[in-house]
Write a protein that binds this ligand. Sequence first.
Ligand SMILES: [Zn+2]
Length: 340
Amino acid sequence: MATLYPFSALVGQDEMKRALLIAAVDPSIGGVLVFGDRGTGKSTAVRALAALLPPMKVVVGCPYNCAPSKTAGLCEICSGRKRKTPARSKDAAVPVVDLPLGATEDRVVGALDLERALTQGVKAFEPGLLARAHRGFLYIDEVNLLEDHLVDLLLDAAASGENVIEREGLSVRHPARFVLVGSGNPEEGELRPQLLDRFGLSVEVRTPTDLAMRVEVVKRRDEFERNPSAFVKKWDKEESGLRRSIVGARTRLSRVEVPNAALERAAQLCMRLGTDGLRGELTLVRAARALASLEGMEQLGDDQLRAVAPSALRHRLRRNPLDDTASSTRVERAVAEMFA
Ligand SMILES: [Zn+2]
């Protein structure tokens, strides 16, 4: 396997890195949409993050990578296993599954062999990409060019943590909890506002305009390509530190306190911006809580709300949802007024 560029060595793109870290700490946030220029390291960042995460324990022989320690949210095979015999487990790397634009629905959700079901009475199911992405990341480049019904399916699965396939009275379900990361260029096609709203966070990436930063990007990239293993070794300490903070943040997440004052702040901000529905507020609070946990805080405060507000809200504004600059500016202005 090719050596991956370390996550901590990525220069700049702080908003994207933060959003990915937040999603890694709390996958229920509902995915990250990355809009922006080509060649800004979107796919590199996702792969680097997954590689940074500690390997997962999986049940040997389970096609869905169920966790041996779990008693709920298991596949049909694992939940039917007798409790007395503990499952054999092994380590597996956190998956990053690419969803190509031309993928068929069967390839994405899995295929039920109806003929075998009818002639032999067996439920033959070939798991798809959603099964492979379980407990990991599903990456879609140019998500805005993906057919709407596929995006719908993905967002349904991402929200429910389950993939349900129903064909001719037969049904199969299996766990599919993954972090959906979609990238796209807004100039090449828009996402429907209903779909936009269902992504947890949205971030913008730009080719850096800062001279020093550009120089640093090229310098590190060149150093990495000339000797990948030496480069990885050099960044090993940073990577271990980051890995520890993600693991710690996941454990502490449920204990981070969310005071009423913070909920009120979040609601006020959404009202001021006129976001539709309550999804914006919920995501804002969850993302801020995950960030607080990453920062080792016991309580969610204004700092975290401020930091995540643009990512949680910019794609939910009614007017010009894809006019990035305008939406970002509006969120930033509202944040500045509120937290003045
Ligand atoms: Zn299983």
